[in-house]
Design a protein around this ligand. Structure first.
Ligand code: PMP
Length: 437
């Protein structure tokens, strides 16, 4: 496209000026403003269009919440049909909620029962509370760089470089010290770092929560022995193992990453792509744990006016039904992801750029650091400015990548081989240009 991306004579710029007066930082979620006043007015399949009519091939995909493509009729048609039927009653259960739970428990190997929430954060908050109730213990172990939502229990990150992630550790002010102190941080792909915490705090750790692939720092694919070792360790120590599959769930495989790695967590959380852009989250696990949410027999509060609401449940059912009926979604997105990763790897190798391509399935990340990248410590070598330049130049050419370094890009069910060809061509130009500068 030949538009001037830095122009201030645009509708996008004007909207951001208006937003800055009314919304803190001009956005409703802190990571939506990263250096450039994006303002989109629509989308179609793999593409989004900004308010000024510029079209972008979308790899941001709403942080992965778009799985099949934008405004997909696969999901939107049933949602449209549901409007004006079952709205909200606040009493009893709807057929949709039971249908959704059927699909989730059939798809997810470790799931016997589920609860529906409105977001991923609510699902992880419930998972942590349930684990504490079930064990009678207070401490939570998370991994460096793992993100599990905006709430207090998971707000510790121990970031070594302030410009990374959300730029702070803890992620927010306003959290009680003793709550922060109850969260311990281990190193991903380093079982000894977890073992050391269990030794330091015997019988005090309620749960270990992990993104099975920490996509919030790109794509650290776990070593098989690491995941297996964690399963064994948490089991032996009487702690709950939580897989936060908010990103990996339904995206990498219908049964989540647990199906890929063949290791079963106790609890699994979902959100994002599960309903292709409609808000919903979920927590699933064995009956023995989940029954604590039972309002008659249990002791953990399950509440939420909108939990399991019609449009989110309808969208999730439609998404899961589509994935079940079309397993080629996985072969296609995995093949496209692999083509992008292989293509980028050849380009940076040929150009002699110090970079490492990572990812899994349809997800890819480009780290500007020499490999191997196994854990968070390796990521500290990333050249964030190089990534920012790459992102900026790709976006100017109409390829919308995630703006933050150390995050990831997503192929949806609507991306094509031709889209990938054009992406690699553009990436070659951009990286050659960066090398020349
Ligand atoms: N867990 C993971 C792994 C996530 O990536 C996110 C969102 N980035 C969340 C939980 C929180 O989900 P939500 O934004 O829907 O509250």
């Amino acid at each position: 496209s030949d538009h001037d991306p830095r122009s201030t004579a645009t509708r996008g710029w004007a909207l951001h000026q208006a937003a800055a007066e009314l919304l803190p930082g001009g956005v409703n979620s802190a990571t939506r403003y990263v250096g450039h006043p994006y303002a989109f007015g629509g989308g179609d399949g793999a593409y989004v269009v900004d308010l000024d009519g510029n079209r972008y091939l979308d790899y941001h995909a709403a942080f992965g919440a778009i799985l099949l493509g934008h405004n997909s009729p696969i999901v939107d048609d049933p949602v449209r049909a549901a409007v004006g039927t079952v709205d909200l009653f606040g009493l009893g259960v709807t057929e949709l909620e039971v249908e959704l739970a059927k699909r989730v428990t059939e798809a997810i190997p470790s799931a016997e029962m589920m609860i529906a929430t409105m977001s991923g954060s609510e699902a992880t908050a419930q998972a942590v509370r349930l684990a504490r109730a079930a064990t009678g213990r207070s401490l939570l172990v998370k991994f460096q760089g793992g993100f599990h939502g905006w709430h207090d229990a998971v707000a510790r990150n121990v970031i070594s470089r302030p410009e990374l992630a959300y730029g702070r550790d803890p992620l927010s002010a306003g959290i009680l010290d003793h709550v922060l102190d109850a969260t311990l941080v281990a190193e991903f792909n380093d079982l000894d770092s977890v073992r050391a915490l269990f030794e330091q705090y015997p019988e005090r750790i309620a749960a270990v929560i992990m993104e099975p692939i920490p996509h919030n720092v790109g794509a650290l694919v776990p070593a098989q022995e690491f995941v297996e070792g964690l399963r064994e360790l948490t089991h032996d120590e009487g702690a709950v193992l939580i897989f936060d599959e908010v990103i990996t769930g339904f995206r990498h495989s219908l049964g989540g990453y647990q199906e890929v790695v063949g290791v079963m967590p106790d609890l699994t959380t979902f959100g994002k792509g599960m309903a292709n852009g409609y808000p919903i989250g979920g927590l699933a696990g064995p009956r023995s744990l989940m029954e604590r949410f039972d309002g008659q027999k249990g002791d953990v509060l399950l509440a939420g006016t909108f939990n399991g609401y019609t449009l989110g449940a309808t969208a999730a059912i439609a998404t899961i039904d589509h994935l079940r009926a079309h397993p080629e979604f996985y072969t296609r997105t995995h093949a496209l992801g692999a083509r992008i990763r292989d293509g980028l790897t050849s380009i940076v190798t040929e150009l002699g750029i110090e970079a490492t391509v990572a990812g899994f399935g349809g997800v890819f990340s480009l780290y500007f650091a020499a490999g191997p990248i196994r854990g968070y410590r390796d990521l500290m070598r990333n050249d964030d400015q190089a990534y920012a330049a790459f992102h900026r130049r790709m976006t100017d050419k109409g390829f919308l990548m995630i703006p933050m370094s150390l995050k990831r890009n997503h192929v949806s069910g609507s991306h094509t081989d031709e889209d990938v060809d054009r992406t690699l061509e553009a990436a070659r130009d951009v990286l050659a240009g960066m090398k020349a500068d």
